[in-house]
Design a protein. Structure first.
Length: 270
């Protein structure tokens, strides 16, 4: 793996063109694969494309035939053929989070048409469909079920790192509240889960909610440093990253990517 070639202050409007080209490359790659039915964009990759900016990432669904689902999930050559990948990890039973070499970050899921049932996804846009006449606008999606067995160090570490990364992009954009949640809530939850996996279950630990009684069973974890408040997102992210580097073995590619974002925001919290 190589370090993403996006330098700390390289998130200029040209990054938007990079995102759009990546969607084009993904479309061509997916369209070549037997069993692929559609590529559906979400959020700023979907119906809200006008919101895409230099701090956006790519969110999408790949819809496939039932017999192709496992192949698309377990053998993501269709993704790597679009562009070189620096880092990726499985963050749900049906998808992954990915950082490409050039700094493009994406989150995706693979579904069959039958899988898409339940809750409306209002931001969805059809980027490509094998059947041009097929109307995907009525597709419904369901949330990934909880309790699916990814209570593992790799999962929690990958989630913590990618939450820091996305949170710092939101902070850079000026979305301080959502950045605070990604950094001081979501990433801290994953860090606590990591710590819980390395400690003996105790009477003070709630088996269902990781942050309950954390002051007792995770007293060695400097929680106050990780949760300094709305105006201290950069300091919080730096402290969390330092803890992960000291106590775990995070992927160097993600450590460098996060440090690159921290470098252009240092001093903003002070």
């Amino acid at each position: 793996m190589t370090t993403p070639d996006t330098t700390p202050d390289d998130r200029r409007p040209t990054h938007v063109e990079r995102l759009r080209r990546r969607l084009d490359d993904l479309t061509r790659s997916i369209a070549r694969r037997p069993g692929a039915l559609a590529l559906l964009g979400l959020g700023s990759s979907g119906a809200h494309a006008h919101r895409m900016d230099e701090y956006s990432d790519l969110d999408f669904f790949v819809v496939v035939e039932p017999g192709a689902r496992e192949r698309f999930l377990r053998e993501p050559d269709w993704l790597r053929d679009a562009a070189p990948v620096a880092y990726d990890f499985e963050n749900s039973p049906v998808g992954r989070k990915v950082l490409f070499d050039d700094g493009v970050f994406c989150e995706y899921a693979v579904f069959t048409e039958q899988d898409l049932a339940g809750i409306s996804e209002p931001s969805m846009r059809v980027i490509w469909s094998r059947d041009p006449a097929r109307d995907w606008s009525a597709v419904r999606t369901r949330p990934v079920a909880t309790g699916w067995g990814h209570d593992s160090p790799d999962f929690h570490l990958g989630e913590a790192l990618t939450n820091l990364y996305v949170g710092l992009l939101r902070e850079r954009r000026g979305e301080h509240l959502t950045a605070m949640r990604f950094i001081q809530v979501y990433a801290v939850d994953r860090l606590l889960c990591l710590h819980a996996l390395s400690t003996e279950p105790g009477a003070q630990r709630d088996p269902y909610v990781v942050d309950r009684r954390a002051e007792s069973w995770a007293s060695q974890v400097p929680i106050a440093t990780f949760c300094p408040g709305y105006t201290r997102n950069v300091a919080a992210a730096a402290a969390i990253l330092d803890w992960l580097v000291t106590h775990r073995s995070p992927a160097p590619i993600m450590v460098e990517a996060i440090r690159g974002l921290l470098a252009i925001q240092s001093g903003r919290d002070d």
